[in-house]
Design a binder for this molecule. Structure first.
Ligand SMILES: Nc1ncnc2c1ncn2[C@@H]1O[C@H](COP(=O)(O)OP(=O)(O)OP(=O)(O)O)[C@@H](O)[C@H]1O
Length: 514
């Protein structure tokens, strides 16, 4: 069924474009085609994947709007055929039964956006416009390098040569020049923020802003005005107009760190901004438009959060068009050595007597499980460099849990419930309340309902206090089963404040949840 554009009505895309709509729901086809025609596009509708494939082979289209679950598309045949014969034509997927493909699949299939049925017409239009605009820009962009090429030189801040990191470089290189939203997941310290920065640097607007929005750092009550800005006088203390963080990301990338912590009411507001690229500052009558790419990171399992009703499904799909899952360091093979050498090189002055790592030290680094990932490795190297007595860093310069890995023991044992290091009594000089070394090695000793801290005397004050704080956090989180809000209340801190301290100590809160 061929349809001609109708008379102008509302805002029309001056560039126009031909759109193939493939969907087995007649009502969806007709209403969607009508809307898109009013917006200046020419539409062709088909009811199944076979008809779509035929049309695509015979005619030229600028965009495909396709249902995922329709006859003839059980194995995404339409998308696969489309990519084989017509690479570069964007595909907006509309689905009632969503499932997020991997980053590689999304890129290979050319998916630029997901929409969940029922779709709001303005969202559909915004998505189509964005995809067409992106595709027009991409046609002028350089082609991505072929598979297997060594791309590591393009990412000076991302050290790695393992197959998983090579695959990551390829994904970044392919996805960066597009305007597609990216969701980066992975354990704490795996490099989500560095990857987000790399995507920005390799984007088409590397000179635009890279605006970090830490979802744990802003109190819930202030988040809306911090993000969207506010008008003067809109609340007590709003003494002048404020632009907001999202406006500051205009023409660049908005990086939402710890997205999984964003409270539900704010998720709804963010969804609108992501979909329409417009928002209204608090207390203002005028909406503001931005041209921003969204890159988000979380160490939570967002699919599970969606399942538990804590994260909006539509926002999850909208932000995770490309989903990059970063591998934990323990799965990156010899990258551990590469990273350790890079960190040491950065640290040591020209005239330093320290030359590198002994073989035994490298072996210990290889065997350790790195629950705190690259960040933990960086801290271990920093500490070892300070403690090293000879030309080579030896296992003795590492913390106990790394040393222990040489004896073949698991180094992320259960005593400390995850990404925190456990301390041996003889390492810290800890004594339990009866004066004998504590068996658990903990700096915290239970005294009835309370807790008493015992400090080691042979450590510098800063280090002793850092360890004590870490152990206090472990205890606090264990007591509250990893519920940060409850733990913060108990400790007399704000939720955001506690999150910040937890992050400084590389503690993985999820390990405390039951
Ligand atoms: N591949 C890498 N090469 C070099 N440095 C890295 C790499 N990955 C991570 N780092 C370094 O490790 C530290 C932690 O990285 P980053 O903050 O990006 O992790 P994250 O996954 O965002 O952590 P979190 O979930 O706790 O926010 C940073 O100092 C970063 O520079």
């Amino acid at each position: 069924m061929q349809r001609k554009p109708m008379q102008p009505e509302g805002e029309r895309d001056p560039m126009g474009g031909r759109i193939l709509i493939a969907d087995d729901e007649p009502l969806f086809r007709t209403t969607t085609a009508k809307l898109l025609e009013q917006a200046g596009y020419e539409c062709v509708c088909v009811a199944d994947a076979h008809a779509a494939i035929e049309k695509l082979r015979a005619e030229q289209f600028d965009l495909v709007l396709s249902d995922l679950n329709m006859p003839g598309n059980l194995k995404l045949e339409l998308l696969r055929d489309q990519q084989k014969h017509r690479r570069g034509v964007p595909i907006v997927v509309v689905t009632g039964v969503p499932s997020l493909p991997t980053a590689i699949d999304s890129i290979r299939l050319g998916i630029t956006d997901y929409l969940l049925k029922p779709v709001k017409l303005e969202d559909l239009l915004a998505s189509v416009r964005r995809a067409l605009k992106g595709a027009r820009g991409e046609r002028d962009a350089p082609l991505p390098p072929g598979e297997g090429a060594d791309l590591s030189a393009l990412f000076p801040n991302l050290v790695g040569a393992s197959p998983k990191m090579r695959e990551l470089f390829e994904v970044i290189e392919r996805v960066a020049p597009t305007k597609t939203n990216v969701l980066i997941t992975g354990e704490s310290g795996t490099g989500k923020e560095v990857v987000a920065q790399a995507i920005h640097r390799r984007s088409q607007r590397p000179d635009g802003p890279f605006q970090i929005i830490d979802c744990t750092a802003v109190p819930e009550s202030l988040f809306e005005s911090m993000l969207f800005g506010h008008a003067k006088g809109s609340f007590t203390g709003a003494v002048k107009d404020s632009e907001g963080l999202l406006k500051q990301a205009d023409g660049g990338t908005a990086f939402f760190d710890e997205l999984g912590e964003l409270p539900l009411p704010l998720q709804a507001k963010l969804l609108r901004a992501v979909q329409q690229q417009t928002f209204t500052p608090v207390g203002s009558q005028k909406s503001v438009s931005v041209d921003t790419r969204f890159v988000c990171a979380t160490n939570r399992d967002l699919a599970a959060e969606v399942g538990a009703g804590r994260f909006r499904q539509d926002l999850y799909y909208r932000l995770g068009v490309i989903h990059i899952e970063l591998p934990p360091l323990r799965e990156r093979g010899d990258d551990v050595r590469l990273l350790a050498e890079r960190f040491l090189k950065r640290l040591k002055p020209e005239d330093s007597p320290v030359r590198g790592f002994s073989e035994a030290a490298v072996e210990a680094l290889r065997r350790h499980r790195w629950p705190g990932n690259v960040r933990e490795l960086r801290n271990v190297v920093e500490r070892a460099f300070v403690l090293a007595r000879g030309e080579l860093i030896e296992p003795a310069d590492f913390p106990e849990e790394v040393r222990r890995s040489l004896a073949g023991e698991r180094s992320d044992g259960p005593a400390t419930a995850g990404a925190v290091r456990s301390l041996e009594p003889n390492e810290t000089g800890i004594e339990s309340s009866d004066g004998a070394p504590s068996e658990s090695g903990s700096l915290l000793e239970e005294e009835g309902a309370g807790v008493r801290l015992t400090f080691p005397t042979d450590l510098p004050r800063d280090e002793a206090l850092r360890i004590a704080e870490e152990q206090y956090l472990v205890h606090l989180l264990r007591e509250h089963d990893g519920n940060v809000s409850a733990a913060a209340q108990h400790a007399g801190l704000s939720r955001q404040g506690l999150h910040k301290i937890i992050k400084q100590h590389d503690i993985d809160v999820s390990k405390f949840r039951r």
